[in-house]
Design a binder for this molecule. Structure first.
Ligand code: B1M
Length: 214
């Protein structure tokens, strides 16, 4: 679909206002928010990733593309939920200490909110002490950790250990995700689950909540 390709191109060019305008155009064409996200914004950012890896573009271009991506996510936010459904559970989300990547995490937050879950997004570069404090004050059902670097992924294990040491491990489910994270790594650090993408994160949280509450 032409408008989706144009949105992907807008992200690649890092043109935030173009991306926002094109999203409005796509919405006027009655395209669903999920389709715009999955068929326009994400492919655009994926291509930025490929070019970055091949050294065809550099950090400044990636930052500008990231801003356009985030502004697209914000433009879509009102068109996802929570559709007036009662809240079904509470999730704290964080990108772990040392890691500044938050585009994927924001998409996970958006999809969880659209599934009528309450989401508290702590942000990026979050140390385990802050997470423990947040679990005590927010009393979430689930804690979702995101990491995009192989060097920061290991910090997820430290968060699981810290939650245990604080006596909170049985009160929450901890799930992990992000490009370098795998199901076997989640198992290794004794997390309660792994999701490869935002849609799977919603399915995982729902299944953990029904197990926990049922
Ligand atoms: Co960075 N970066 N980056 N970067 N960056 C990667 C991750 C990298 C793979 C690029 C590469 O070399 N090919 C590489 C990591 C290599 C590695 O460790 N294996 C890398 C590097 C090296 C770095 C720096 C070290 C570069 C430098 O300074 N020399 C630096 C580190 C900074 C830091 O964090 N301390 C750095 C910086 C940056 C920017 C700031 C410029 C920018 C981030 C902007 C931002 O997020 N606000 C950036 C970006 C944008 C990328 C790439 C190009 C794109 C990431 C992205 O947003 N993808 C990335 C290359 C790539 O991934 N191909 C790269 C789109 C997003 C929708 O996907 O985040 O995977 P993703 O999220 C998905 C799933 O992973 C999943 O669902 C999401 C949606 O489906 N998911 C979860 C994510 N979290 C989840 C949590 C869940 C469940 C699912 O449950 C809790």
């Amino acid at each position: 679909m032409k408008v989706l390709e144009e949105i992907a191109d807008g992200v690649r060019q890092g043109d935030s206002s173009l991306v926002r305008d094109l999203i409005q155009k796509a919405l006027r064409q009655a395209l669903a928010a999920e389709r715009i996200l999955e068929g326009g914004l994400i492919p655009g950012m994926d291509e930025v990733g490929v070019k970055f890896k091949k050294n065809e573009i550099f950090i400044p271009e990636v930052i500008i593309a990231s801003r356009a991506m985030k502004s697209g996510i914000e433009a879509l936010r009102p068109h996802f939920g929570p559709l007036g459904l009662p809240l079904r559970g509470k999730v704290i989300m964080a990108t772990v200490k040392g890691d500044l990547h938050d585009i994927g995490k924001k998409i996970v937050c958006l999809m969880l909110e659209a599934a009528a879950l309450e989401v508290v997004d702590l942000g990026v570069d979050i140390p385990k002490e802050q997470l423990v404090r947040a679990v005590r004050t927010e009393k979430p059902d689930v804690v979702g950790l995101s990491a995009l670097l192989t060097s920061t992924m290991t910090y997820m294990g430290e968060v699981v250990t810290a939650a245990g040491a604080a006596g909170l491990r049985r009160k929450i489910k901890i799930i992990v995700g992000g490009a370098p994270v795998t199901a076997s790594y989640a198992e290794e650090i004794e997390a309660d689950g792994f999701a490869p993408d935002a849609a799977s994160a919603v399915t995982l949280v729902k299944s953990l909540l029904s197990g926990k509450k049922g």
